[in-house]
Design a protein around this ligand. Structure first.
Ligand SMILES: Cc1cc2nc3c(=O)[nH]c(=O)nc-3n(C[C@H](O)[C@H](O)[C@H](O)COP(=O)(O)OP(=O)(O)OC[C@H]3O[C@@H](n4cnc5c(N)ncnc54)[C@H](O)[C@@H]3O)c2cc1C
Length: 392
């Protein structure tokens, strides 16, 4: 595994600084008090109330790493992961909305935006504007660089044509990072990232998906029909979009790992409360060693997943290599989450199979962790590549 000569940021991965503890506690309380009462209805309606999203802005969690000069909290990437975990332990849809905003959209702007772009867009994103990140298309998912969306240089502006699919936050978003190919002859080196505002001419948000899980998180199609984009709205340089896409997603998947440990923890907490109440054979089912061992096993997997996610996030903050660690963290935590949430349904027995109880939703919400921001097979490909070409 990675060895590093950098000064450690903490003596143990789970030891939190005062600031980290403060964010963790504040968001935990907020999630339990303000989000939990809405979860069932949001899942049923497949919609998140705008007032709830506004309260994320008020709480300061839509611009976690954004410097204070642009209205953000000026905190670390690790803090963003902690916040996503806390939200997701109550509701994975809230977790992913905040995750995409911070680990993809703000992150890409912070890293690749010029001063004007940062000043304009980060100020909006920290204050009241939801962001979305649009790479995938109907014909290009795992093979992301096969995207068919085209950009044409018209001198003083660009014109974009094509469609995007599966775009998280699109229903609510005011700003979109959209990837299109500006030079087909150059292959993936023609891919360029554009900053698109919702009201740019030729830009439409299309159909919203009716999903298995994270139902309150919007996932929509985008349609670009002769969409006119100002020259200055290229993020980074033309032709460097592939690098922005890949490097942002390398970081973003740590956030998905955080979402998965949050979901797993939420389900396990419910299961633990339930087994301490439910009686069969004249005793609480938590008294059965068979049940205790299942819970102990799940808690151990959750702890392993948490350590992997925290380590990847801390490596990123320490500016150390983290590609493989992030891929492993997402792979492991999403698999652990699917298993732990399934166990939670199991421990609730028949009740777990109904919408009267909270655990079936956790199970449904878990599945997407193995799909978005690179499927499990794509994580395995990244891990294998780094092991076979680099080091163990
Ligand atoms: C709820 C949701 C939200 C999303 N949000 C966003 C978003 O905000 N922005 C965005 O750009 N995209 C988003 N996506 C898209 C997501 O990133 C893609 O769905 C994902 O990358 C997989 O692509 P695909 O669906 O085309 O599956 P495919 O690429 O068609 O994969 C199908 C199966 O084939 C396997 N496979 C494919 N290629 C290989 C290979 N080379 N080796 C082994 N196995 C392989 C995959 O692992 C998978 O099991 C979202 C998706 C969902 C479901």
């Amino acid at each position: 595994m990675t060895t590093t000569t950098a000064e450690p940021t903490a003596t143990a991965l789970t030891l939190l600084s005062e600031e980290e503890q403060m964010f963790q506690q504040t968001v935990r309380d907020f999630a339990v008090e303000k989000i939990r009462p809405l979860v069932h209805q949001m899942d049923h309606d497949a919609k998140m109330p705008r007032e709830l999203i506004d309260s994320f802005f008020d709480l300061g969690i839509m611009g976690i790493e954004v410097p204070e000069q642009w209205g953000g909290a000026g905190a670390s990437f690790f803090t963003a992961a902690l916040i996503v975990e806390e939200l997701s332990h109550v509701d994975a849809s809230c977790g992913v909305l905040v995750d995409v905003q911070n680990t993809l959209v703000n992150n890409a702007l912070l890293r690749w935006g010029n001063e004007d772009q940062k000043s304009k867009y980060l100020s909006m994103l920290a204050k009241d504007t939801v962001g979305a990140y649009a790479l995938s298309e109907a014909g290009s998912g795992s093979d992301a660089f096969a995207l068919a969306c085209r950009a044409e240089d018209k001198g003083d502006h660009w014109v974009l044509n094509g469609q995007k699919l599966w775009i998280t936050n699109a229903f609510e978003a005011g700003v979109f990072i959209v990837f299109a190919n500006a030079n087909l002859d150059a292959g993936y080196k023609g891919i360029t990232a554009f900053l698109i505002e919702r009201d740019f001419p030729g830009f439409t948000v299309g159909k919203k998906e009716d999903k298995l899980g994270i139902r309150a998180s919007s996932t929509c199609e985008l349609i670009l029909e002769d969409c006119r984009v100002p020259k200055e709205n290229v993020l980074g340089e033309p032709g460097k979009g592939y690098k922005i896409a890949i490097e942002t997603l390398n970081e973003g998947r740590i956030g998905i790992g955080a979402q998965m440990i949050g979901v797993a923890r939420g389900a396990l907490e419910h299961a633990i409360s339930y087994v301490k109440e439910r009686k069969q054979f004249g005793t609480r089912i938590s008294e059965f060693q068979g049940v205790q061992f299942q819970i102990a096993d799940a808690a151990t997997e959750l702890e392993a997943a948490r350590l992997m996610v925290y380590n990847a996030a801390r490596l990123k903050d320490a500016k150390q290599p983290f590609l493989r660690e992030a891929a492993m963290a997402k792979l492991f935590s999403s698999n652990a989450c699917e298993k732990i949430t399934s166990l939670a349904v199991q421990l609730f027995g028949g009740n777990g199979y109904t919408k009267e109880y909270p655990v079936e939703k956790y199970w449904r919400d878990s599945k997407v962790g193995q799909i978005y921001e690179g499927t499990s097979n794509m994580q395995l490909a990244t891990i294998a590549k780094t092991i076979l070409t680099d080091r163990l």
